[in-house]
Design a protein around this ligand. Structure first.
Ligand SMILES: [Fe+2]
Ligand SMILES: [Fe+2]
Length: 293
């Protein structure tokens, strides 16, 4: 399928940062204060980005089918593509940012450090700080030429009905799964409260990193990594019928994590040089020196 995509279908956004900037427009306030902010989402006019983000979601919702996810899992979860020292992967992430708007786009390392430093400042355990620091590392998928909509974007379950609480739900009309009786019922291939571990999510940086580090971090960290883009659940509770009690317990951590991801931007960027020794030790405590991609 990849060969049929045009350049604008591979990269509808100027920068993959635009998805996260758009999330801030959609969720300007933390969950406990969210009230009616999101009702205004469709009324805002930051026109150029609105158009590219909309196109991004059109592609994402059209192409992220159950079979697409199966195919991506087969391709990437063997982790046979590349071996890279952890810090090389971080350096690579920093080359991803489009330079058309250098004033507003933080590089990825700064986003990771702002997230993790905010977690550290609140006195959380070191594995939580580490989670903040690595949570977007799965974006190295871009290294392999993956389309933006298969790296970033809100994630959602595939194999069952698409919730209308997912952003731009109308674009799911173009997704073949929505016409397939196996996949288009409330439960689809799943069953009541079967647990998220049974549920395939749309493919992107969350699942990829989760699979890469699942041996090394405590379970709450793994939930934060695996479901941090699952806004339809952690903000909208649209898939309560698939979660089991254990998921619900663990989603308290996903909720705890989300504000650090979305609202930790600070005016003065963290000093990545000065912080590096701390993070080198932290990474070495939990992760192998070289990761398989
Ligand atoms: Fe992310
Ligand atoms: Fe993030």
């Amino acid at each position: 399928m990849k060969t049929k995509l045009s350049p604008s279908e591979i990269a509808p956004l100027q920068s993959i940062e635009d998805w996260e900037d758009d999330l801030l427009t959609r969720y300007p306030e933390p969950k406990d204060k969210q009230a009616k902010a999101k009702d205004d989402y469709r009324n805002y006019h930051d026109s150029e980005r609105v158009d590219t983000v909309r196109e991004f979601y059109r592609l994402n919702h059209t192409y992220q089918t159950y079979d697409f996810v199966v195919e991506k899992e087969r391709e990437f979860l063997k982790f046979e593509k590349k071996e890279m020292p952890f810090w090389d992967a971080v350096d690579y992430l920093n080359t991803l940012i489009d330079d058309s708007d250098p004033d507003t786009n933080l590089d990825q390392l700064q986003h990771l450090l702002q997230t993790s430093e905010a977690i550290r400042a609140d006195g959380h355990p070191d594995w939580f700080v580490l989670t903040g620091f690595i949570h977007d590392l799965g974006k190295v998928l871009c290294l392999f030429g993956e389309p933006q909509w298969a790296v970033v974007g809100d994630t959602f379950p595939v194999g069952c009905q698409h919730s209308d609480r997912i952003v731009y739900p109308e674009y799911f009309d173009r997704n073949p799964d929505s016409k397939n009786d196996r996949f288009n019922t409330k439960y689809g291939v799943y069953s009541h409260q079967c647990g998220l571990d049974q549920v395939k999510m749309s493919w992107g940086h969350d699942e990829y990193l989760y699979q890469m580090v699942k041996e090394y971090l405590p379970e709450p960290a793994l939930y934060m990594i695996r479901y941090h883009s699952f806004y339809a659940q952690h903000r909208e509770n649209a898939y309560d019928h698939l979660l089991n009690d254990h998921d619900r317990e663990m989603f308290k951590w996903v909720d705890k994590f989300n504000p650090y991801d979305l609202y930790s931007k600070v005016p003065v960027p963290p000093d990545s040089k000065a912080l590096r020794p701390y993070y080198e030790d932290l990474v070495a405590k939990y992760l192998p020196g070289t990761l398989k991609f």
